[in-house]
Write a protein that binds this ligand. Structure first.
Ligand SMILES: [Zn+2]
Ligand SMILES: [Zn+2]
Length: 265
């Protein structure tokens, strides 16, 4: 059975500093789900746990007291609304959520590709060239996969995100050229074994539509047995409008079926 576009597990609300949009609220989420026949959504505001040292000034206010203001989420007969977060991984390999705090969430997104937070997520040396960024892309994934975490409720966000080389598409493509299929296979074999979800981000799918080489990591991930979830990464309601088509493009291109779906229990 073809992979059904029935969920979105990466959604920001007005509580994320980069949204701050009163229109991006629980009701807007529900109407997006209903309009597109989705049965499960997960709220994933940016989060840095107060019991973990080393937050940047931007992350520090986005603690649990702040993001839990969205609770309780509305109950709906047709749509399961879940509570998650998108945390962070620093250049020193510190994860912005302690192991104990995973219990507070249905789902935790770990972004390894926020390369735009220069100095915080990556050092100046790591940002030097496509070659150093390619190495950072693989190393950061290994760093997470080597941790002792509840991987059944973890997703890897936007793996081919434009933030890897902001506004420099040629360099972004070159970065992925420099990561061999074998290297990707080593990473995704491990990810599949641990049960990590791989995100099909609507922005990434749209970008890959224009530059099909960017599908390479997802093709390898599928071959290695990884499971995929959909994420609009919406910060404002307009992203809800463009995401279902982008999801459909990615799902079709990768020829996914329901067995390839990451399920959140
Ligand atoms: Zn992100
Ligand atoms: Zn996000």
């Amino acid at each position: 059975m073809t992979y059904k576009i029935d969920h979105d597990f990466h959604i920001h609300t007005k509580l994320s500093s980069c949204s701050n949009d009163p229109k991006q609220n629980a009701n807007a989420l529900l109407s997006y789900a209903k309009k597109n026949g989705m049965s499960a959504l997960c709220v994933t505001d940016h989060f840095w746990s107060e019991d973990v040292k080393g937050a940047s000034n931007w992350y520090e206010p986005q603690n649990f007291a702040h993001i839990s203001q969205i609770l309780p989420l509305p109950q709906d007969a047709d749509v399961r609304l879940m509570f998650g977060c998108e945390t962070e991984l620093t250049k020193n390999g510190i994860l912005g959520i302690s192991k104990e705090n995973f219990d507070k969430f249905d789902f935790v997104i770990i972004p390894t590709t926020h390369f735009h937070m220069e100095g915080f997520t990556l050092s100046t040396e790591q940002l030097e060239s496509p070659k150093t960024r390619a190495k950072a892309w693989t190393n950061r994934l290994y760093q997470v996969l080597d941790m002792d975490l509840p991987f059944h409720k973890i997703g890897f966000a936007h793996l081919t995100c434009h933030l890897i080389y902001r506004n420099e598409t040629e360099n972004l493509l070159e970065t992925f050229n420099l990561i061999s299929k074998d290297e990707m296979a080593r990473i995704f074999t491990k990810a599949a074994k641990l049960g990590v979800g791989i995100e099909l981000n609507s922005g990434d799918m749209k970008n890959a539509q224009a530059h099909p080489d960017l599908f390479k990591p997802y093709i390898v991930a599928k071959e290695c047995g990884c499971k995929f979830y959909l994420g609009s990464d919406a910060h404002h309601p307009d992203k809800f409008d463009m995401s279902p088509d982008a999801f459909a493009y990615g799902v079709n291109y990768l020829d996914l079926d329901e067995r390839d779906k990451f399920i959140l229990i």
